[in-house]
Design a binder for this molecule. Sequence first.
Ligand code: C2E
Ligand code: CA
Ligand code: CA
Length: 565
Amino acid sequence: MEKNENGNDSRYYYLLEQLLLIMTKVKGFRLRELYDVLGELCRMFRISKGTVQFFQGLNHEMEDRGETFVCYDSGEGGEPVITVRIVTKVNAVVTGSVTMPDGAEPLSPEEYARVDLIIKTVLSFVSRVRLQSVVEMLSFHDEKGFPNTRCLMQYLQKTNEDKALGGKAALHFNLRHFSLVNQEFGEQAGDIAMRSFYEELKELTGREGAVCRLGGDNFVAVCGQERLAEVLDFLKGTPVHYDTVTGRRVKVSASTGVYLIPADFIMQNPGEIMDKIIAASRAARSGVKERVVYYDDALQARRERFMRIQQRFPEALRNEEYHVYYQPKIDLQTGTLAGAEALCRWVRGEEIIAPNDFIPTLEMSTEICKLDFYMLDHVCRDIRRWLDEGRDVVRISVNLSRRHIMDFDLLQNIIEIIDKHAVPHQYIEIELTETTTDVEFRALKRLVTGLQAAGIFASVDDFGVGYSSLNLIREIPWNVLKIDRSFLPDKQDEPDSSRSVMFRYVTAMAKELGLACIAEGVETQSQVELLQESNCVLAQGYFFDRPLQTAEFEERLSGRCYQIV
Ligand code: C2E
Ligand code: CA
Ligand code: CA
């Protein structure tokens, strides 16, 4: 026994040393080695089973929600003879216990001290390693449990090292009006909706891909280019659960910037990808119709031009460089002026800049709202003057960008401007384009209902080109449907071309819904005839007049009749 003790002694110190060596190895750590050493130590001390439990917090321990590691199990059973419990600084708990089989020789005091030391060594090791992975888990996920920026960087770096970034598509996207989902259905429902959206998208991007949340409602996704079409289709708008019990859904859509990573791409730093997708995504977000923008060099050039327009805007507004042009609307039954649309022109010295050259830029931010209110203000000023001069005033329509739609004070602001000039409300019409999301739809409905109550007209602009749905028309109390000029047949179209058929169909539908309709962009005599056959009474277009300067338009107010057909 004595000799044995000595032999055991040196073996014990050898194994303890091995144990410490294995545990302090940072790289190349092998669990197998650790288990081998622990197994031998257990046998040396007649231990039948060694167990370690890790609890992330004291509450986890109370609820018995821990992770159990069995380091050694001879299958002989028995009673636990030593149990050690460590509570770490961050309140994680690690416990370890060893069991001896019935009938085994009990541990001597010295053996007891040694086993106790081994358990404590193992526990401190486990708590350190596990805590590290908990910390890692936490640091790669945000407070809502979504993979975060750090996770994205790790993914990019790793995929780059594997030379697998080339040929993938990187996307940055922003969920449209997601805060309103929270407002409308509650934050908990918002969380569920975002989670379902994420899970479904994660599925679509596949195992080689990634989806991470940068913060708020901004995400980055990476996927193989063969999956891109499906992913973009999903991002365009998908109804997702916000209530797991009832299965109710809300449509969530995103504005997306895409960068197609070239096949031979090797990343030097993640900024090379991030800058591109963020720029493209910003462009997608501010575009009114485009929801997906691909990054290319032209995008960069456009951005620079946009910056210049944006920079000059405040001064141009102060200097009143934006002029109101009026395009007459004609009543085909009487040949008289029935109204006009106010259209903006930027007059810089000799140069007259068309709205398509600056409005999309202003729509990238909420600057457009300032311009729209400025236009409304100038229109009201003109109407006031015409009324004071005793002219026959017609209703003037003003365009309102979709950018306004989420502004809760919008109706109030509109009414304040009109009332400031003491203009009777019936002289004002607001043109609004269609919307896509459910939330925008509700906001639009609220606005139009409010306008209606205030006696201000509301019309659907560009009807037919966007995301028209019959719901939009039926559920909102519009006064006028403005049929986009793409519904009018071209000169070369046959008289019964599909466009003519569509046009007749749309006007018939408007009539059925009790809405007035006006055709935009009427340029030819045969188009006027089509309007008349379809009982579309109102027309606007170059055939009658282009958008006119105020003085010229005032002549039209004086009652000249238009030559119809
Ligand atoms: P919109 O609201 O659809 O305005 C009608 C556009 O069609 C005007 O272009 C008008 O000049 C043009 N148009 C009228 N008749 C004809 C025709 O017979 N043939 C053709 N080919 N075109 C015709 P404009 O003035 O260049 O305005 C372009 C767009 O800019 C407008 O489209 C509107 O979306 C926007 N816009 C103009 N002024 C404002 C504004 O004050 N605020 C906002 N938010 N948008 C504005
Ligand atoms: Ca318009
Ligand atoms: Ca239009």
